[in-house]
Design a protein around this ligand. Structure first.
Ligand SMILES: C[S@@+](CC[C@H](N)C(=O)[O-])C[C@H]1O[C@@H](n2cnc3c(N)ncnc32)[C@H](O)[C@@H]1O
Ligand SMILES: Nc1nc2[nH]cc(C(=O)O)c2c(=O)[nH]1
Ligand code: SF4
Ligand SMILES: [Mg+2]
Length: 210
């Protein structure tokens, strides 16, 4: 018998989860929106300034069923689920996104674009890194490009990625947290001269929320 639910793939039924929490999206174009975060464990990119280095090694974190993850997310009352990490695209996320979407939830991903992006996504936030080259498909799939600004050379580097994304992709410059005070004057000046870019702050850190 045919059912209306999205058919489920065989892999990715279980995923290593570092943490999950209901909070306010602090970054990018959904800043200020309530969102349930699922932070998958495991990352092979190795950014020197990564603010969740505890996520890099997946060992020791619980491996959870995607059906259970979707149920808990739904119970939170959220409309949006942000899947982050670690690097979430290391995993086949088809099962997770179909389970979430079957519950009527929006699926958003935060990714470095270094692995094929599997799953069905309402919103892809692509944040390229110097430490591992992104795949070409990340530029095609990105709804927002969020470049972390660590030093003055990163503006030029940001433009090389902006040239490769879709025309309707939103562009954000986000100060690296430890350099924010030093870099913000340069970032504001840059956005005033290049208004296609917007500023993304890690507002949750200023608010002291997860
Ligand atoms: C921790 S990463 C996880 C998702 C994925 N691995 C990625 O890098 O896009 C989530 C977001 O935080 C950003 N980020 C990580 N460390 C940061 C820092 N120290 N300052 C500002 N943004 C940071 C990343 O660029 C990414 O957009
Ligand atoms: N509030 C909040 N917003 C976020 N946006 C992206 C985050 C991430 O770590 O992927 C994040 C996070 O960790 N917390
Ligand atoms: S890709 Fe993301 S999770 Fe991995 S090291 Fe870089 S910022 Fe951290
Ligand atoms: Mg974060």
């Amino acid at each position: 018998m045919q059912t209306s639910s999205i058919s489920k793939p065989k892999t990715g039924l279980q995923l290593p989860v570092m943490e999950q929490f209901y909070t306010i999206q602090g970054e990018g174009s959904f800043t200020g929106c309530a969102a349930y975060f699922i932070r998958l464990a495991g990352c092979d990119v190795g950014c020197v300034w990564c603010d969740v280095k505890e996520s890099w090694n997946a060992e020791g974190y619980p491996v959870l069923e995607t059906t259970d993850l979707a149920e808990v997310a739904k119970e939170s009352g959220t409309e949006i689920v942000v899947v982050t990490g670690g690097e979430p695209a290391m995993y086949d996320l088809n099962s997770l996104t179909s389970d979430l979407q079957n519950k009527g939830l929006r699926t958003h991903i935060e990714t470095s674009g270094t692995h094929p992006i599997r799953g069905n996504w309402h919103w892809v936030c692509f944040s390229p890194k110097k430490f591992k080259k992104p795949l070409p498909e990340a530029y095609e799939k990105a709804d927002e490009l969020k470049v972390v600004i660590f030093n003055k050379h990163d503006f030029k580097w940001a433009e090389t990625h902006a040239e490769l994304v879709r025309k309707d992709c939103l562009l954000y410059l986000q100060p690296e947290w430890s350099k924010a005070e030093e870099m913000m004057p340069l970032i504001t000046a840059y956005v005033k001269e290049n208004p296609r870019w917007k500023i993304s702050l890690q507002t949750h850190k200023y608010l002291g929320i997860p």
